[in-house]
Design a protein. Structure first.
Length: 202
């Protein structure tokens, strides 16, 4: 399965971008967003070991959002009943763990669960209806309160980590060279594959 966030060349190297004269400053971020980003970074390197889009990553990140009977079909030795791309549940799992670490009230945890979905288009639709989507503007950094990045045709979602020079750094589930791990990706601020940004309502 191809990764919709994989670079499509020719792109400059990271060092070439950082050597340029025109760079964008790092954004500051509220405590909650920093917590979520730290949680996402701590998951770097987590990977599937039982087959693509099936197994322990789906079980770990999907447990707060997927029904127990459906989740059981991803357990070792069970007959697979469909695979699941897990970039969405990874992103929302990080946000949920951040809310818990920040001691947010149960109402906020419940609201996040209502917004979350393993289906990226559905999550985008719910967030747009709540006024939580900001458009991608080529050449501009994400909004300061952004925490999610949506990619081309809503095929992928990632955690927005930081702006580094003219690069947008993301932490992605279901990504990497083989699309089986939590992986750090970098995208130019002009990358037209970015659809927009999502924020939390608090």
């Amino acid at each position: 399965m191809s990764d919709p966030t994989a670079p499509e060349g020719p792109f400059p190297t990271v060092s070439q971008v950082l050597a340029g004269a025109d760079t964008l400053p790092l954004h500051g971020a509220p405590s909650l967003l920093q917590t979520i980003r730290g949680i996402a970074r701590a998951e770097l390197g987590q990977r599937e070991d039982e087959g693509e889009n099936w197994g322990r990553c789906v079980r770990k990140y999907g447990s707060p959002f997927i029904s127990a009977p459906r989740l059981a079909t991803f357990a070792p030795g069970q007959k697979r009943q469909g695979l699941m791309q897990w970039c969405g549940i990874f992103a929302f799992w990080c946000a949920l763990e951040g809310l818990k670490a920040d001691r947010r009230p149960p109402e906020q945890l419940a609201e996040l669960r209502r917004l979350a979905s393993a289906e990226v288009p559905k999550a985008h639709e719910r967030m747009a209806a709540a006024g939580l989507i900001a458009p991608f503007v080529p050449g501009e950094a994400p909004p300061e309160d952004a925490i999610f990045v949506f990619f081309r045709k809503l095929a992928h979602i990632a955690i927005f980590d930081q702006v580094l020079g003219q690069l947008i750094v993301t932490i992605d589930g279901n990504s990497g060279p083989k699309c089986v791990e939590v992986y750090e990706n970098k995208h130019l601020v002009t990358d037209a594959r970015i659809d927009g940004y999502g924020r939390l309502p608090w």
